[in-house]
Design a protein around this ligand. Structure first.
Ligand SMILES: [Zn+2]
Length: 341
């Protein structure tokens, strides 16, 4: 059978209409003017500017447990009316004044991201977040909307811990002009408010780091909230055309109305400039699309040019490893300590 698909048409539209807010600055002043326009357009595309604040929201402590070198506190906090974010706060024995938000990726939620067993009682491996906490950092790991304790009706129940409701949420959100990723960014902003209010934490030394879907949340959040002092993404920094437009079966939280018409990944990276930004990518990460690591390098160049314009080229790093869609973490500890301590 001959199939008459829309893929060529999607490419044609992308090539004709993409990136209205492409990074085009040449110095600090033009960078700032570009940031104002591009960040407003991106905020609108993902519906962040339509989120509804909750006045005076307080995090409520649900339970806590002691582990070697840290205490894990389990909280719930209302972030929009009737929207509740559950999260873990890892409290270090010897705080160093800095903190890291650690949003999780797909295939689990905050427990899996931090290395805890599904029953939450034991630590199954020394995760990035736990090792950071043992070095003195406060670490906050939320459940993303539609994941973990926040799964919607169709994905609830034992044995479904690795599932999420992002596709269903996208379908529900999109007709209201909002998106899952917009809500996730809003929630990270509220988590930042909470962590920044901790006596032992300096609000100017809070970073955000995540793998895959956690990297996705990290770059949108760090681009749109300039309080974030440092950003780390692993397995999520590639051009939209090959990675998303041509791989539309990816999770619904990757997509937003008018996203491709607004910016590309490198432009979002440029919004993080001049703040420290660490990107990790695997040469065999198939999520980058058919052009592979070149689809990362071309976007990195866009972000890199913003750092150069702001005289901060040393603040952005791309580390390429030989693996696939995995977190390796090499050089990260040093990068974090250098910029947050
Ligand atoms: Zn998702």
């Amino acid at each position: 059978m001959t199939y008459y698909t829309t893929e060529e048409y999607m490419k044609l539209r992308f090539d004709r209409f993409a990136r209205r807010y492409a990074y085009d600055a040449s110095d600090k002043d033009s960078h700032e003017r570009w940031y104002e326009k591009a960040s407003a357009a991106l905020s609108s595309a993902i519906g962040l500017d339509r989120c509804i604040p909750v006045e005076g929201a307080q995090a409520q402590l649900l339970d806590e447990a002691a582990f070697d070198g840290f205490v894990r506190r389990h909280y719930v906090m209302e972030t929009e009316p009737t929207v509740f974010m559950t999260f873990y706060l890892l409290v270090p024995e010897h705080p160093n004044g800095a903190a890291m938000l650690n949003p999780h990726g797909h295939g689990g939620a905050k427990e899996a991201c931090l290395g805890f067993s599904p029953d939450e009682k034991t630590l199954e491996y020394e995760s990035f977040g736990v090792s950071l906490c043992r070095r003195g950092y406060y670490v906050a790991a939320p459940d993303a909307r539609g994941s973990g304790e926040r799964r919607e009706r169709g994905q609830q129940g034992e044995g479904k811990e690795s599932q999420n409701s992002h596709r269903e949420m996208l379908n529900a959100c999109i007709c209201l002009g909002i998106t899952p990723i917009g809500g996730m960014v809003w929630d990270l902003m509220r988590l930042f408010d909470f962590v920044g209010s901790i006596d032992d934490v300096d609000e100017r030394r809070i970073g955000c780091a995540g793998m895959s879907g956690g990297g996705e949340q990290t770059i949108y959040f760090s681009a749109l909230d300039r309080r974030v002092a440092l950003a780390i993404t692993s397995g999520y920094f590639y051009g939209f055309r090959d990675a998303l437009l041509l791989q539309p079966a990816n999770c619904g939280c990757n997509f937003a109305p008018h996203l491709y018409e607004t910016v590309d990944m490198g432009d979002i990276g440029a919004m993080i400039a001049p703040r420290p930004f660490f990107i990790e990518s695997g040469v065999n990460d198939r999520l980058a699309g058919a052009s592979g690591i070149e689809n990362v390098r071309s976007q990195f160049k866009i972000a890199e040019s913003a750092y150069e314009n702001l005289g901060a080229r040393d603040n952005i790093e791309l580390h390429v490893h030989q693996g696939g869609h995995v977190w390796v973490g090499e050089f990260m500890d040093d990068f974090i300590d250098r910029h947050l301590l």
